[in-house]
Design a protein around this ligand. Sequence first.
Ligand SMILES: *Cc1c(COP(=O)(O)O)cnc(C)c1O
Length: 230
Amino acid sequence: MQTPQEMTLAQRHSKILQKIQSHAKAGRGAAELIAVSKLQPIEKIVEVHALGQKKFGENYAQELSEKAEILKDKDIYWVFIGHIQSNKIRKIVTWAHEIQTVASFSHAQQIARHARELGKIPFPIMLEVNAGNEASKSGIPMSAIRPLAAQIASDLPELQIRGLMAIPPESYNDAACQSTPPLYQDLRSLASELGLGLLSLGMSSDLAIALEAGSDMVRIGTAVFGSRNS
Ligand SMILES: *Cc1c(COP(=O)(O)O)cnc(C)c1O
């Protein structure tokens, strides 16, 4: 058996796609793969894109802008999944096709304004929940999601709410959980109430439980690209 390190990018990408396919749910189909390319070199993105991968996730505004500029002739859909800083919002809206980490009305207003100025409306967003209420994580508590969604829906027609994005505590992983955790079921139900009703849940370590819970898109970095440069 090959260890994940010995597999090629193509093999790892295909293995993740197969795993996603194997958890496809009746009526919902297979989840979508966002290949998280933060801190990965351009050459690897080009290689994975050549395999048919269209959506890539980035966490840092500067890195996103540099990569998107270099790769602007390719049909890549850039998803911003990093912590948002106010002074970087214009840069993010300029290069990203979607922002999944909206966690305040003020950021939503600024995204809406830049999207209007840049002619990118309606601009797709997701609301980021801090599912475990961890001090170290961004996002807002589950209880704050519905009011924020309602305010955005009524005041910011420039934004299209696609649903909910979550980064659960690390204790939720495929090795530790035998079945779908109740938290994941709660995230699934909450997401279904918001905008287009989509749920962005699942990273390399909790891919299986996220898919079992009915996630619509998984954000996979290391399991596709290998470890990151820091
Ligand atoms: C880095 C990152 C991922 C990918 O994590 P892996 O463990 O490498 O799969 C997914 N989502 C977010 C928000 C991230 O920051």
